[in-house]
Design a protein around this ligand. Structure first.
Ligand code: CS2
Ligand code: MG
Length: 407
């Protein structure tokens, strides 16, 4: 069996999805996702200029060898652009493998360990009342777990993860600007206010609701340790990215002061980035994604390392991942013995469903993977003609005196 050609498409409804399609001499094709949020053309170009020419003629069944050919063979290893591009190839090769076997991809890892995978949604509010309404709305949709982000009094209402005035908090997703929007951050105000939010959530919704919160890398280690200690009483499911992830030894301070579960990893793209924090058991959930961390082959390797260190999965699932990598993660979630939770926003528009038809579905707080062979997602090239690339940027963050901070 041989790879005969491969093509990259960039575009989608409101998103610059980067979709790779690998064709074989036996008519079977595989699909992969290389959507590196807000830098989408770069993995696309890397695929077109460097990786696809080497793929032609290779046996698509040898996904491990092909992964290593591109990883080891690049000399300059790792980084989000290369790992996202390699990951798309890897997903497409697992898709082909499953189609050859006539089996859904999770069967190739060891089958299902659970029927549905618990997911969490994003809830948000410019103020506490709006946030509580948004949580109630999501509970009505069946969610057992929600991420909560709230506007901070005295700070502009459009900070990270927060619906601004006039935005629909129940269907809010971060909008990325044509140029980087500048947000303002005030750590003291945030640290004083957030505990009152969790208090009100527990008062209104009780203890069963799983509550998650994303600090989005904003705190210094000492601040994060004090915050984590204070929040322990509210029994959070996790506290995400309390500090910037580059400095993993900083996490020791948080661990020494609190038993709050910590979730980190969405900005990592390889096992080597998260090895220390997994081996030293400094985190409880690993947040890598199949999109940015080299596809299924490499993500599974990280999941296996995490398993022996009592770290559960909590894959990144922001709406920027296309349904192809959400399916790749769905298959890993169905299998992983150390599955924790999956970030998943039911915002699927009819346009997105038409572009990526599949039978995977959300029901009552759970993601259910279909038994279709391969990844179980298709790609409609006619629909794809409707879309093209539009440049977008993440916001940037400054302190009130103008100092640059971490988005
Ligand atoms: C986030 C993301 O989903 C999350 O937990 O931290 O919203 C993140 O800001 C984006 O994926 C950045 O590309
Ligand atoms: Mg996050």
């Amino acid at each position: 069996m041989k790879i005969t050609s491969a093509e990259v498409f960039v575009g989608g409804p409101g998103k610059n999805y980067v979709t790779l399609k690998i064709m074989t001499d036996q008519g079977i094709y595989g699909l992969g996702d290389a959507t590196l949020n807000n830098r989408e053309t770069l993995p696309a170009k890397y695929l077109q200029d460097y990786l696809i020419p080497c793929l032609i003629g290779k046996d698509p069944r040898n996904s491990e060898d092909i992964w290593n050919f591109f990883y080891r063979g690049a000399y300059f290893r790792r980084g989000p652009i290369a790992m996202t591009a390699i990951g798309a190839i890897d997903m497409a090769l697992w898709d082909i493998k499953g189609k050859i076997a006539g089996l859904p991809v999770h069967q190739l890892f060891g089958g299902k360990s659970r029927e549905g995978a618990m997911v969490y949604a994003h809830t948000t509010g410019g103020d506490i009342e709006q946030l509580l309404d948004s949580i109630a709305h999501h509970q009505e949709q069946g969610y057992q777990a929600v991420r909560v982000q709230c506007g901070i009094p005295g700070m502009p209402k459009d900070g990270y993860g927060v619906a601004g005035d006039g935005e629909d908090a129940n269907h809010f997703i971060t909008q990325y600007g044509e140029l980087p929007k500048e947000e303002i951050w005030d750590t003291d105000k945030y640290l004083r206010f957030m505990p009152t939010v969790f208090e009100k959530i527990r008062e209104r919704f009780g203890n069963d609701l799983k509550v998650l919160h994303d600090v989005h890398h904003r705190l210094l280690p000492r601040e994060a340790a004090a915050f984590a200690k204070e929040l322990e009483q509210y029994n959070l499911y996790w506290l995400e990215d309390p500090t910037p992830a580059e400095d993993q030894s900083a996490l020791k301070l948080i661990r020494q002061h609190s038993t709050i579960p910590i979730a980190i990893g969405e900005v990592f793209n390889s096992l080597w980035d998260c090895k220390q924090m997994i081996q030293d058991e400094l985190i409880d959930f690993i947040r890598i994604s199949a999109t940015y961390a080299g596809g299924i082959t490499h993500t599974k390797r990280i999941v296996d390392l995490a398993h022996i260190h009592n770290v559960r999965t909590g894959f990144h699932g922001a709406p920027s991942h296309s349904p192809i990598s959400m399916a790749a993660q769905g298959h890993l979630n169905a299998w992983a013995p150390n599955f924790g939770i999956q970030e998943y926003l039911v915002l699927g528009t009819p346009e997105c469903d038409a572009l990526f038809p599949s039978d995977h579905h959300y029901k009552n707080g759970m993601f259910h993977i279909s038994d279709a062979p391969g990844l179980g997602v298709d790609f409609d090239e006619n629909q794809a003609q409707r879309y093209s690339y539009e440049r977008r940027y993440h916001p940037v963050v400054r302190l009130q005196d103008g100092t640059m901070w971490n988005y």
